[in-house]
Design a protein around this ligand. Structure first.
Ligand SMILES: [Zn+2]
Length: 98
């Protein structure tokens, strides 16, 4: 049983480590217009859509360890192929699942 309080704490951890967009909101991963229209092959499965963006693997790993302390399932950080500069996401799925 996960209390609302725990979920709130996890949300704060995500907010602390996530990358922000220019409006100061938590940045999320979205396919480019070219990918959506089918002009370009999608670089990531739809599993990455809307995922919170972390600036790099180390930041994502740090967030993962804190989330696990708050009772989250084991989390794995991975690099997303969508960004040229590279950014990271977290997944609770094993075996490379995204
Ligand atoms: Zn991404």
């Amino acid at each position: 049983m996960t209390s609302d309080d725990t979920l709130d704490q996890r949300g704060k951890v995500v907010a602390r480590y996530a990358r922000r967009d220019w409006r100061g909101r938590i940045a999320r991963c979205l396919p480019s217009k070219a990918e959506l229209s089918g002009a370009k092959r999608r670089r990531e499965s739809t599993g990455s859509d809307r995922k919170v963006i972390y600036a790099d693997l180390a930041t994502a790993e740090t967030a993962a360890r804190e989330l696990e302390k708050l009772g989250a399932p084991p989390l794995r950080a991975y690099l997303c192929n969508r960004s040229k500069r590279g950014h990271a996401h977290l997944t609770s799925m094993p075996w490379g699942g995204r």
